[in-house]
Design a protein around this ligand. Sequence first.
Ligand code: HEC
Ligand code: HEC
Length: 226
Amino acid sequence: MKWTGALAGLVAAAAGLLVAEAQAQTMNMQEVAQALGVRCEYCHSAPRGSGQAEPKKDIALAMMAMTRELNAKVQAATGKPANEATRVECVTCHRGVAIPQPLSAIILRTVAEKGGVAAVEQYRDLRKQFYSRATYDFSEEALLEMVQRVVQGRPDDAIALLRMNLEFNPQSAKTYALIGFAYTRKVDDASAITNLQKSLELDPTNAMVRGQLEQLQEYRRRRQQQ
Ligand code: HEC
Ligand code: HEC
Protein backbone atom coordinates (compact mmCIF):
# COMPACT_ATOMS: atom_id res chain seq x y z
CA MET A 1 0.00 0.00 0.00
CA LYS A 2 2.72 2.34 1.07
CA TRP A 3 4.75 1.46 -2.01
CA THR A 4 1.92 2.22 -4.47
CA GLY A 5 1.33 5.48 -2.64
CA ALA A 6 4.93 6.49 -3.18
CA LEU A 7 4.79 5.48 -6.83
CA ALA A 8 1.60 7.44 -7.34
CA GLY A 9 3.34 10.39 -5.75
CA LEU A 10 6.30 10.03 -8.09
CA VAL A 11 4.06 9.74 -11.14
CA ALA A 12 2.08 12.77 -10.05
CA ALA A 13 5.29 14.74 -9.51
CA ALA A 14 6.59 13.74 -12.94
CA ALA A 15 3.29 14.64 -14.55
CA GLY A 16 3.40 17.96 -12.70
CA LEU A 17 6.87 18.59 -14.07
CA LEU A 18 5.72 17.80 -17.60
CA VAL A 19 2.77 20.15 -17.25
CA ALA A 20 5.07 22.82 -15.84
CA GLU A 21 7.46 22.35 -18.75
CA ALA A 22 4.67 22.47 -21.30
CA GLN A 23 3.31 25.60 -19.66
CA ALA A 24 6.74 27.17 -19.60
CA GLN A 25 7.09 26.44 -23.28
CA THR A 26 3.65 27.82 -24.10
CA MET A 27 4.42 30.94 -22.09
CA ASN A 28 7.69 31.26 -23.87
CA MET A 29 5.85 30.81 -27.16
CA GLN A 30 3.40 33.51 -26.16
CA GLU A 31 6.32 35.81 -25.54
CA VAL A 32 7.80 34.94 -28.91
CA ALA A 33 4.48 35.55 -30.68
CA GLN A 34 4.03 38.87 -28.90
CA ALA A 35 7.60 39.96 -29.65
CA LEU A 36 6.88 39.51 -33.36
CA GLY A 37 3.28 40.73 -33.25
CA VAL A 38 2.04 37.46 -34.83
CA ARG A 39 -0.26 34.56 -33.96
CA CYS A 40 0.90 31.02 -33.27
CA GLU A 41 -0.16 29.99 -36.81
CA TYR A 42 2.37 32.38 -38.32
CA CYS A 43 5.04 29.78 -37.56
CA HIS A 44 2.95 26.68 -36.80
CA SER A 45 1.36 26.95 -40.22
CA ALA A 46 0.96 23.25 -41.06
CA PRO A 47 -1.34 20.71 -39.38
CA ARG A 48 0.46 18.83 -36.60
CA GLY A 49 2.33 15.78 -37.89
CA SER A 50 1.60 16.61 -41.53
CA GLY A 51 5.28 16.96 -42.33
CA GLN A 52 4.53 20.04 -44.44
CA ALA A 53 7.14 22.77 -44.57
CA GLU A 54 6.91 25.58 -42.01
CA PRO A 55 9.28 28.21 -43.38
CA LYS A 56 8.70 30.81 -40.67
CA LYS A 57 9.22 28.22 -37.96
CA ASP A 58 12.54 27.28 -39.59
CA ILE A 59 13.61 30.91 -39.54
CA ALA A 60 12.46 31.20 -35.93
CA LEU A 61 14.51 28.16 -34.98
CA ALA A 62 17.61 29.73 -36.57
CA MET A 63 16.80 33.03 -34.83
CA MET A 64 16.60 31.20 -31.50
CA ALA A 65 20.09 29.79 -32.09
CA MET A 66 21.33 33.23 -33.15
CA THR A 67 19.86 34.81 -30.00
CA ARG A 68 21.60 32.21 -27.84
CA GLU A 69 24.90 32.99 -29.57
CA LEU A 70 24.36 36.72 -29.15
CA ASN A 71 23.79 36.28 -25.44
CA ALA A 72 26.96 34.23 -25.10
CA LYS A 73 28.84 36.99 -26.93
CA VAL A 74 27.28 39.74 -24.82
CA GLN A 75 28.40 37.89 -21.70
CA ALA A 76 31.90 37.39 -23.12
CA ALA A 77 32.15 41.02 -24.20
CA THR A 78 31.03 42.46 -20.87
CA GLY A 79 32.62 39.82 -18.69
CA LYS A 80 29.31 39.49 -16.85
CA PRO A 81 27.87 36.17 -15.78
CA ALA A 82 24.60 35.05 -17.41
CA ASN A 83 22.46 36.16 -14.48
CA GLU A 84 23.87 39.71 -14.55
CA ALA A 85 24.26 40.45 -18.25
CA THR A 86 21.25 42.05 -19.96
CA ARG A 87 19.60 39.40 -22.10
CA VAL A 88 19.03 39.85 -25.80
CA GLU A 89 15.56 38.53 -26.60
CA CYS A 90 13.40 38.36 -29.69
CA VAL A 91 11.72 41.60 -28.63
CA THR A 92 15.07 43.39 -28.37
CA CYS A 93 15.15 43.55 -32.16
CA HIS A 94 11.60 42.76 -33.19
CA ARG A 95 9.62 45.19 -31.00
CA GLY A 96 6.28 43.79 -32.07
CA VAL A 97 6.81 43.18 -35.81
CA ALA A 98 7.98 40.18 -37.86
CA ILE A 99 10.45 42.19 -39.94
CA PRO A 100 12.06 44.82 -37.75
CA GLN A 101 13.11 47.98 -39.56
CA PRO A 102 13.40 51.63 -38.61
CA LEU A 103 10.37 53.67 -39.66
CA SER A 104 12.61 55.86 -41.83
CA ALA A 105 13.75 52.84 -43.88
CA ILE A 106 10.14 51.80 -44.50
CA ILE A 107 8.90 55.27 -45.41
CA LEU A 108 11.89 56.29 -47.53
CA ARG A 109 11.64 53.11 -49.55
CA THR A 110 7.99 53.88 -50.26
CA VAL A 111 8.93 57.44 -51.23
CA ALA A 112 11.47 56.07 -53.70
CA GLU A 113 9.21 53.38 -55.12
CA LYS A 114 5.73 54.91 -55.00
CA GLY A 115 6.09 58.58 -54.13
CA GLY A 116 5.01 60.94 -51.38
CA VAL A 117 1.25 60.30 -51.42
CA ALA A 118 1.72 56.57 -50.84
CA ALA A 119 4.35 57.31 -48.16
CA VAL A 120 1.92 59.60 -46.33
CA GLU A 121 -0.78 56.95 -46.45
CA GLN A 122 1.62 54.32 -45.11
CA TYR A 123 2.87 56.60 -42.34
CA ARG A 124 -0.71 57.30 -41.25
CA ASP A 125 -1.57 53.59 -41.21
CA LEU A 126 1.50 52.65 -39.20
CA ARG A 127 0.92 55.54 -36.81
CA LYS A 128 -2.65 54.43 -36.23
CA GLN A 129 -1.59 50.85 -35.62
CA PHE A 130 1.61 51.34 -33.62
CA TYR A 131 1.33 54.72 -31.92
CA SER A 132 2.48 54.60 -28.28
CA ARG A 133 4.25 51.29 -28.81
CA ALA A 134 7.98 50.83 -28.93
CA THR A 135 7.96 49.56 -32.52
CA TYR A 136 8.49 52.81 -34.42
CA ASP A 137 9.64 56.32 -33.65
CA PHE A 138 6.77 58.65 -34.58
CA SER A 139 8.42 61.72 -33.09
CA GLU A 140 8.54 64.89 -35.13
CA GLU A 141 12.35 64.90 -34.93
CA ALA A 142 12.48 61.48 -36.60
CA LEU A 143 10.08 62.54 -39.33
CA LEU A 144 11.96 65.76 -40.10
CA GLU A 145 15.22 63.84 -40.15
CA MET A 146 13.89 61.44 -42.79
CA VAL A 147 12.32 64.24 -44.83
CA GLN A 148 15.65 66.07 -44.84
CA ARG A 149 17.12 63.12 -46.66
CA VAL A 150 14.77 63.52 -49.64
CA VAL A 151 13.91 67.21 -49.68
CA GLN A 152 16.68 68.13 -52.15
CA GLY A 153 15.87 65.52 -54.75
CA ARG A 154 12.12 65.04 -54.17
CA PRO A 155 10.65 68.29 -52.90
CA ASP A 156 7.05 67.35 -53.77
CA ASP A 157 7.25 64.12 -51.76
CA ALA A 158 8.89 66.01 -48.90
CA ILE A 159 6.09 68.60 -48.94
CA ALA A 160 3.44 65.85 -48.77
CA LEU A 161 5.08 64.37 -45.66
CA LEU A 162 5.60 67.79 -44.09
CA ARG A 163 1.97 68.82 -44.63
CA MET A 164 0.94 65.61 -42.90
CA ASN A 165 3.24 66.49 -40.01
CA LEU A 166 1.46 69.84 -39.64
CA GLU A 167 -1.72 67.92 -38.82
CA PHE A 168 0.09 66.25 -35.93
CA ASN A 169 2.21 69.29 -34.97
CA PRO A 170 0.41 72.39 -36.22
CA GLN A 171 2.74 74.84 -34.44
CA SER A 172 5.96 73.45 -35.88
CA ALA A 173 8.22 76.28 -37.01
CA LYS A 174 10.77 73.76 -38.27
CA THR A 175 8.21 72.12 -40.52
CA TYR A 176 7.19 75.41 -42.16
CA ALA A 177 10.87 76.25 -42.62
CA LEU A 178 11.48 72.93 -44.34
CA ILE A 179 8.39 73.39 -46.55
CA GLY A 180 9.79 76.79 -47.45
CA PHE A 181 13.10 75.22 -48.37
CA ALA A 182 11.33 72.54 -50.45
CA TYR A 183 9.59 75.29 -52.46
CA THR A 184 12.92 76.94 -53.19
CA ARG A 185 13.93 73.59 -54.73
CA LYS A 186 10.82 73.88 -56.93
CA VAL A 187 11.77 77.48 -57.77
CA ASP A 188 8.44 78.61 -56.32
CA ASP A 189 9.66 81.66 -54.42
CA ALA A 190 6.20 82.98 -53.53
CA SER A 191 5.25 79.78 -51.71
CA ALA A 192 8.70 79.58 -50.15
CA ILE A 193 8.31 83.09 -48.75
CA THR A 194 4.82 82.39 -47.35
CA ASN A 195 6.06 79.32 -45.50
CA LEU A 196 9.25 80.93 -44.21
CA GLN A 197 7.15 83.83 -42.92
CA LYS A 198 4.85 81.42 -41.13
CA SER A 199 7.90 79.71 -39.63
CA LEU A 200 9.24 83.03 -38.34
CA GLU A 201 5.86 83.92 -36.87
CA LEU A 202 5.99 80.74 -34.82
CA ASP A 203 9.67 81.10 -33.93
CA PRO A 204 10.98 84.67 -34.38
CA THR A 205 14.37 83.69 -32.92
CA ASN A 206 15.50 81.54 -35.83
CA ALA A 207 18.18 83.66 -37.49
CA MET A 208 18.79 81.18 -40.28
CA VAL A 209 15.16 81.25 -41.43
CA ARG A 210 15.18 85.05 -41.17
CA GLY A 211 18.32 85.17 -43.32
CA GLN A 212 16.80 82.86 -45.95
CA LEU A 213 13.62 84.89 -46.05
CA GLU A 214 15.43 88.20 -46.46
CA GLN A 215 17.57 86.76 -49.20
CA LEU A 216 14.54 85.46 -51.10
CA GLN A 217 12.64 88.74 -50.73
CA GLU A 218 15.66 90.70 -51.93
CA TYR A 219 16.03 88.35 -54.90
CA ARG A 220 12.36 88.82 -55.82
CA ARG A 221 12.58 92.61 -55.54
CA ARG A 222 15.55 92.71 -57.83
CA ARG A 223 13.87 90.48 -60.36
CA GLN A 224 10.73 92.63 -60.34
CA GLN A 225 12.81 95.76 -60.96
CA GLN A 226 14.45 94.23 -64.04
C1 HEC B 1 7.99 33.03 -34.47
C2 HEC B 1 7.61 31.65 -34.68
C3 HEC B 1 6.74 30.97 -33.63
C4 HEC B 1 5.56 31.42 -33.09
C5 HEC B 1 4.85 32.74 -33.37
C6 HEC B 1 5.10 30.41 -32.19
N1 HEC B 1 5.96 29.37 -32.20
FE1 HEC B 1 5.76 27.63 -31.15
N2 HEC B 1 7.56 27.01 -31.85
C7 HEC B 1 8.37 27.69 -32.74
C8 HEC B 1 9.59 26.94 -32.92
C9 HEC B 1 10.75 27.33 -33.81
C10 HEC B 1 9.48 25.79 -32.13
C11 HEC B 1 10.49 24.68 -31.97
C12 HEC B 1 11.35 25.04 -30.75
C13 HEC B 1 12.48 24.06 -30.55
O1 HEC B 1 12.49 23.05 -31.23
O2 HEC B 1 13.32 24.38 -29.72
C14 HEC B 1 8.19 25.86 -31.47
C15 HEC B 1 7.71 24.89 -30.60
C16 HEC B 1 6.44 24.91 -30.04
C17 HEC B 1 5.91 23.84 -29.24
C18 HEC B 1 6.63 22.55 -28.90
C19 HEC B 1 6.20 21.43 -29.83
C20 HEC B 1 6.66 21.67 -31.24
O3 HEC B 1 5.78 21.83 -32.10
O4 HEC B 1 7.87 21.67 -31.48
C21 HEC B 1 4.65 24.21 -28.88
C22 HEC B 1 3.67 23.43 -28.05
C23 HEC B 1 4.43 25.53 -29.42
N3 HEC B 1 5.54 25.92 -30.14
C24 HEC B 1 3.28 26.25 -29.25
C25 HEC B 1 3.10 27.55 -29.69
C26 HEC B 1 1.97 28.38 -29.35
C27 HEC B 1 0.81 27.95 -28.49
C28 HEC B 1 2.17 29.58 -29.96
C29 HEC B 1 1.30 30.82 -29.86
C30 HEC B 1 1.12 31.35 -28.52
C31 HEC B 1 3.42 29.49 -30.68
N4 HEC B 1 3.96 28.26 -30.49
C32 HEC B 1 3.95 30.51 -31.44
C33 HEC B 1 8.06 28.88 -33.36
C34 HEC B 1 6.99 29.67 -33.07
C1 HEC C 1 19.64 40.84 -33.42
C2 HEC C 1 18.30 41.11 -33.89
C3 HEC C 1 17.30 39.99 -33.90
C4 HEC C 1 16.97 39.15 -32.88
C5 HEC C 1 17.55 39.10 -31.47
C6 HEC C 1 15.92 38.29 -33.39
N1 HEC C 1 15.65 38.60 -34.67
FE1 HEC C 1 14.28 37.66 -35.86
N2 HEC C 1 14.77 38.92 -37.40
C7 HEC C 1 15.65 39.96 -37.33
C8 HEC C 1 15.64 40.68 -38.58
C9 HEC C 1 16.48 41.92 -38.90
C10 HEC C 1 14.70 40.05 -39.40
C11 HEC C 1 14.23 40.45 -40.79
C12 HEC C 1 15.15 39.96 -41.86
C13 HEC C 1 14.56 40.33 -43.21
O1 HEC C 1 13.74 39.57 -43.74
O2 HEC C 1 14.88 41.42 -43.72
C14 HEC C 1 14.19 38.93 -38.62
C15 HEC C 1 13.25 38.02 -39.12
C16 HEC C 1 12.65 37.02 -38.36
C17 HEC C 1 11.65 36.13 -38.86
C18 HEC C 1 11.09 36.07 -40.28
C19 HEC C 1 9.93 37.02 -40.38
C20 HEC C 1 9.30 37.04 -41.74
O3 HEC C 1 8.08 37.20 -41.80
O4 HEC C 1 10.01 36.86 -42.73
C21 HEC C 1 11.27 35.34 -37.81
C22 HEC C 1 10.20 34.26 -37.83
C23 HEC C 1 12.06 35.73 -36.68
N3 HEC C 1 12.90 36.75 -37.05
C24 HEC C 1 11.97 35.18 -35.43
C25 HEC C 1 12.75 35.56 -34.34
C26 HEC C 1 12.63 34.96 -33.03
C27 HEC C 1 11.64 33.88 -32.64
C28 HEC C 1 13.56 35.56 -32.24
C29 HEC C 1 13.90 35.27 -30.78
C30 HEC C 1 14.26 33.89 -30.49
C31 HEC C 1 14.28 36.52 -33.07
N4 HEC C 1 13.74 36.49 -34.32
C32 HEC C 1 15.32 37.31 -32.63
C33 HEC C 1 16.46 40.29 -36.26
C34 HEC C 1 16.44 39.64 -35.03
